[in-house]
Design a protein around this ligand. Structure first.
Ligand code: ADP
Ligand code: MG
Length: 479
């Protein structure tokens, strides 16, 4: 029993110790729990803190992500820029290379230019010296040219004088005879100078026998049937020079209808058959052009008249028929004769003159068809007036070329006509007794010599008009 008691007591003791231990453990547990609470609070706090920190960190992270993204983009942009810069740099490098190459070439060139420049400078100096010499030479040449121009002007005056002398020596009045191709008893005995013509005519003698008579005529020149227009013009071409030199030239065509007046004066359309009028006009314009280099400036103007039944008809008038009354005015002081109210056309080219002549001719033929055989009963006078001025020498001149188609009237000649020795010696009587010489007679000889001869009053118009061509008291050239 004791043992039991002892055991019980021991057990009680143990129980007590265990209770104490339990209380202590409980206390410890409480403490622990309190601690745990504290710790869990702390843990909570720290968890919250950490959550906050994590949120902050996440926010930061997001921010950083954004920044990173931005940085990445920046980086990409920078890379692009860099790439571009690289490219630029590489192109700049090649440009630089090229530049430096160019620089090298330029330097080389510069060097060679410098050498050239030095050479050129030497040449330039040489040229300056030559130039100075040339200026001196030029001045000498200029002086020489002035001298030569002066000489040329003087020579031109001498040429004019000589030309005029030659024309005068040839005869101020020249009568040519042109024979058109025909079958007739004509011979040309003068094979050297071509001045004679023999015409045979058969008649009856007193005994009734057939008799051949020969008539010999002498002219300044006879143009045989085979003579060309150019050969005929050769004889009168010098006259074109005379009228440009300020002389009056008159070319009359005289002969029966069909004898070849129009053919000779106007001619055909081809160059070979061109007549005297177009050839003379061409020549006048050509000479005027040539004299331009000697300081002469020429102005040409033309007029074209027809004399029919004592009346004057302006062939260049505006209307088909000229109804104006024209008068002939003669100025004894200047010796010039003009027709009033006449159309004067300024002429600038030979073609214009030809067009003008043909329009006047057609006007004439219109009138001719209306008035029976008018053209063979009227005279026509074409005048090309030439005025020249030389600004260098101050000289001036006025000449004219008259081209007259004379009518062919059958007039009975007075037997008492007292012609000069000159005419009798040089011309056959039959020719002297034709109207051309009757018309010209008063101009060729002073009044005292022809006192016995009176022209019928109605010829006065013709006389005055012809004076346009020959200018009273000073006939120039007449072919
Ligand atoms: P006119 O004017 O004197 O009345 P034309 O000049 O009209 O005479 O001539 C009459 C004809 O004779 C025209 O057909 C013309 O072509 C011709 N004729 C005149 N002379 C010659 C000549 N020398 N050569 C060739 N034909 C000519
Ligand atoms: Mg005719």
């Amino acid at each position: 029993m004791d043992e039991e008691r002892a055991k019980r007591i021991e057990l009680q003791e143990e129980q007590r110790a265990l209770s104490l231990q339990l209380v202590a453990s409980q206390q410890q547990e409480l403490n622990r729990r309190a601690e745990l609470n504290i710790i869990s609070d702390e843990l909570e706090n720290s968890r919250k803190k950490h959550a906050r920190e994590i949120a902050d960190l996440e926010f930061d992270l997001q921010k950083k992500d954004r920044l990173l993204q931005e940085a990445n983009e920046d980086l990409r942009a920078c890379r692009n820029d860099l790439e571009q810069e690289r490219e630029t740099v590489s192109s700049l490098k090649s440009a630089l290379n090229a530049q430096s190459n160019a620089h090298l070439t330029l330097t080389a060139k510069n060097r060679s230019f410098q050498t050239q420049f030095t050479a050129l400078q030497a040449q330039y100096d040489e040229l300056l010296r030559t130039n100075a010499n040339l200026i001196l030479d030029l001045e000498a040449e200029r002086q020489e040219r002035i001298e030569m121009r002066k000489e040329a002007t003087e020579n031109e005056a001498v040429r004019r004088k000589l030309h005029n002398m030659v024309q005068e020596l040839k005869g101020n009045i020249r009568v040519f005879c042109r024979v058109r191709p025909l079958k007739a008893d004509i011979s040309f005995p003068d094979r050297r100078d071509h001045r004679e013509i023999n015409i045979w005519s058969s008649g009856e003698s007193a005994t009734g026998q057939e008799r051949k008579e020969s008539y010999q005529f002498l002219f300044d020149k006879v143009f045989e049937p085979e003579c060309t227009q150019a050969e005929v013009f050769e004889e009168i071409s010098m006259l074109a020079q005379s009228c440009v030199d300020g002389y009056n030239v008159c070319i009359f065509a005289y002969g029966q209808t069909g004898s070849g007046k129009s053919f000779t004066m106007e001619g055909g359309a081809s160059n070979a058959t061109k007549g005297m009028i177009p050839r003379a006009v061409d020549q006048v314009f050509r000479i005027a052009e040539d004299l331009r280099s000697k300081g002469w400036e020429y102005q040409m103007e033309g007029q074209f008249l027809e004399i029919y039944n004592e009346g004057i008809n302006d062939l260049l008038g505006k209307h088909e028929f000229d109804k104006k009354k024209h008068e002939i005015k003669h100025d004894p002081k200047t010796g010039s004769t003009r027709v009033t109210d006449i159309t004067v056309i300024p002429l600038s080219s030979p073609t214009q003159v030809r067009a003008l002549l043909s329009s006047a001719q057609s006007r004439r033929s219109v009138a001719a068809t209306l008035m029976n055989e008018r053209s063979s009963r009227s005279h026509s006078v074409f005048t090309l007036r030439i005025t020249g001025l030389n600004a260098a020498t101050g000289e001036s001149c006025e000449g004219c070329l008259n081209l007259v188609d004379l009518r062919y009237p059958l007039m009975k000649m007075p037997q008492t006509l007292n012609l000069s020795h000159y005419l009798l010696r040089h011309l056959p009587v039959s020719l002297i007794l034709n109207p051309l010489y009757l018309l010209l007679y008063p101009y060729l000889f002073p009044p005292s010599h022809h006192g016995r001869f009176h022209l019928p009053h109605r010829e006065q118009t013709h006389l005055l008009l012809l004076s346009l061509a020959v200018r009273i008291c000073s006939p120039r050239f007449l072919a």
